[in-house]
Structure formats: structure tokens, C-alpha cells
Design a binder for this molecule. Structure first.
Ligand SMILES: NC(=O)c1ccc[n+]([C@@H]2O[C@H](COP(=O)([O-])OP(=O)(O)OC[C@H]3O[C@@H](n4cnc5c(N)ncnc54)[C@H](OP(=O)(O)O)[C@@H]3O)[C@@H](O)[C@H]2O)c1
Length: 328
């Protein structure tokens, strides 16, 4: 069971693995050797599509992924991202897609990933100061140099996607998409379908909200990005969990978990959609992969659509400064 990303893209497991959480964003990170072993086990369990980024860590996440997957490099598809700037202390400071910065980022990613080619290289956020044609042209040169196989964009709007695609084919768009956040249906899905571009939903479990594991009493501690996200503020969470409750009702009827239903709903929408749920536990990798075998009937899908339409999601998905980086 595999899926192809875009018209000529890589063939990958129907569910990938988002690696961000192995070193940041969800509270204290597990020990590095544990995560190296976990990533290798994920390959043994059927994951062939791994998602990381230069900015995760920064830098450390790619290094862990690189160490873990070096022994099985030819069996997996590695996706990473450039596009953030860093200050002298290595802390993220705004965006940059200046051609020189892209080239330097790619050399760093190749080194940390312990590989001579990146299978899928995304621009992480659109840089308003650099025309997207210059970005696509730089990636095209990197493809010609053999350092990159496929070009992707993340959170880019339809106009940007078209302009980039005219310079060098875009293989995949990675943007947030789930029952919790359906905006891509209005903004970009028609465009990527028309252009033969694959779609990689990030945060496909709504950063945990759709798994049924969060409660109205859940709190988020230091190092957990959800402590900073308006949708997870106590009042917003209490309302937003109404959606999780509706997904859980469908899951119970299907003998599945809510997370599996959330992933199966995405997979049912288009054959070129490949979600990348993030987890640090092998049993959850198995659970998430098994979503690809969960068949949702037309009635199930209609019920889920109605559920997501009936719950008005409360709170922005990012704090204001991060929200401004979204290109629409
Ligand atoms: N392009 C971008 O701008 C962007 C932005 C955000 C994320 N991403 C990518 O997308 C990936 C996934 O997004 P995400 O991590 O933000 O959100 P997500 O995949 O929607 O949710 C991750 C959360 O769900 C939990 N979880 C995962 N599987 C579970 C299961 N079967 N049962 C119960 N809980 C489960 C994880 O906890 P445990 O780890 O404890 O299992 C974690 O708390 C990231 O790793 C990253 O690669 C990209």
C-alpha cells in the first residue's frame, strides 16, 4: 500500500512520520538514542516518508533523523525544509529565501541528514522579500546539481504555487489540513489538483486534539507549543473538543480510534494526499499507519463533514507573528 506524491513525485507509505516532536514542540524531548532507535523501528513497521526541517531544533532534528536513517537511506524518502533565518546564537529570527541562504541551508541539511541528495525540499514559509521565481530558480539549480530531487512549498497560497510551478515543477504542498482546519479546501486544493501537485497535511491530528487523548482539563507545560496557540487556551480548548467528541463517536462505531478516523478522512479525500502525523511512540506509528486500512463509508464521511461544519473552531491556529508568515 503506497501513495505517489504529485504527478511525478516519490512513492511513499500512505502515512508518513512527522519528526518535529522528537526534539521539540511537545514538552520535554525523549533522549536522543531512544529517538534514533524509534525512527529505525518506524521503518521496520512500514514508514518510508519522514518529515523534518532545518528549523526544528534548530538543526538538531535533522541530525537525529540523519543518524537514524543513514543505514536505511535508500529505503526511505527524506523531506526537509529551508526558509528561516537564524541569529548569531542560532535562534530563529524571521524568514529568508535569498538564493545564497537557500544554498547554504541545503548544504547544512545534506550534512546533517548524512546524505548526498534531499528527496523533497520544501520552502518552509514564503519570503515576501524574495520573488518566488527566484526561489524556484534556485531550487531548479540544486536539482540540476543533483543535491535535491523534488521541490515543495509549505503554507503557500494558490498564486505563489502557480508562479513557482511555472519555473520548476512543484511536487508537493505541505500545509495544515485536518477535520480541525479545512481552509485548504477553499484556498489551494483545486490548484494543486489541477497542477498535479501532491498534498501533505501537517498537524493532521490537530496537534493531538483529534486523538481523543486531550480533555477539557488538559494543560500544556514548558516547551509545548500548544501553550502558545490560541486554539488550545482553556476556553477555546473546551469548545474545540466538541469536534473531538463527534469524531470519537464515529470511531467507536467503526471499532477504530479517533486519530485513525481523522487520518482516514484525509486519505479518503484524494489519492495524492499523504498525512504526516507526529509521534514518538512506536505503538502510535502502528495505529496511525493502520488508518490507511480503515474504510470510511460515504455516510461516515458525510457525518464527519457535518461534524466539522457544526463546530465553530475557536482561536487562531498560530500566535499573530507566526500567522503573518502564512501566504494567502
Ligand atoms: N510545514 C510546517 O509549517 C509544519 C508545521 C507543523 C508541523 N509540521 C510537520 O507535521 C508533523 C505533524 O504535525 P504535529 O506534530 O504538529 O501535529 P499532529 O501530528 O497533528 O499531532 C501530534 C500530537 O499527537 C500525538 N499523537 C500522535 N499520534 C497519536 C495517536 N495515535 N494517539 C494519541 N496521540 C497521538 C503526539 O503525541 P506523542 O508524540 O506523544 O505520540 C503529539 O502530541 C510534524 O512532526 C512536522 O513534521 C510542519
Amino acid at each position: 500500500m503506497t501513495r505517489t506524491l504529485g504527478a511525478h513525485g516519490p512513492v511513499v507509505s500512505p502515512v508518513g512520520l512527522g519528526c518535529m516532536g522528537i526534539s521539540q514542540s511537545f514538552g520535554p524531548s525523549p533522549a536522543r538514542p531512544e529517538m534514533v532507535a524509534f525512527l529505525r523501528e518506524a521503518v521496520d513497521h512500514g514508514i518510508t516518508f519522514f518529515d523534518t526541517a532545518e528549523v526544528y531544533g534548530p538543526f538538531e532534528n535533522e541530525d537525529i533523523v540523519g543518524e537514524a536513517l543513514a543505514p536505511v537511506r535508500s529505503d526511505v524518502v527524506l523531506a526537509t525544509k529551508f526558509g528561516f533565518a537564524f541569529d548569531a546564537d542560532g535562534r530563529q529570527s524571521g524568514v529568508t529565501s535569498r538564493p545564497d541562504d537557500i544554498r547554504a541551508a541545503v548544504d547544512g541539511s545534506l550534512r546533517r541528514l548524512r546524505t548526498d541528495v534531499i528527496d523533497l525540499l520544501y520552502q518552509h514559509r514564503v519570503d515576501p522579500d524574495v520573488p518566488i521565481e527566484d526561489v524556484a530558480g534556485t531550487v531548479k539549480e540544486l536539482v540540476e546539481a543533483g543535491k535535491v530531487k523534488h521541490f515543495g512549498l509549505s503554507e503557500a497560497g494558490a498564486g505563489t504555487i502557480r508562479r513557482a510551478h511555472a519555473v520548476h515543477p512543484v511536487t508537493a504542498l505541505q500545509s495544515e489540513y485536518s477535520l480541525f482546519w479545512r481552509e485548504p479546501e477553499e484556498s489551494v486544493l483545486d490548484t494543486v489538483e489541477e497542477l498535479g501537485i501532491g498534498f501533505v497535511p501537517f498537524s493532521p491530528l490537530g496537534r493531538g486534539l483529534l486523538t481523543g487523548r486531550l480533555t477539557r482539563e488538559s494543560t500544556f507545560g514548558a516547551g509545548d507549543i500548544r501553550a502558545t496557540l490560541p486554539r488550545f487556551a482553556p476556553d477555546a480548548l473546551a469548545r474545540n473538543l466538541d469536534l473531538a467528541d463527534l469524531v470519537t463517536a464515529v470511531a467507536q462505531r467503526k471499532g477504530a480510534t479517533p486519530g485513525q478516523v481523522a487520518l482516514a478522512w484525509l486519505l479518503a479525500r484524494k489519492p495524492w494526499i499523504v498525512p504526516i502525523p507526529g509521534t514518538r511512540r512506536i505503538e502510535r506509528v502502528d495505529e496511525n499507519l493502520a488508518a490507511a486500512r480503515l474504510e470510511l463509508t460515504a455516510e461516515d464521511l458525510a457525518e464527519l463533514d457535518a461534524a466539522s461544519e457544526s463546530v465553530q473552531v475557536v482561536g487562531d491556529r498560530y500566535p499573530e507573528a507566526m500567522q503573518r508568515m502564512i501566504d494567502r
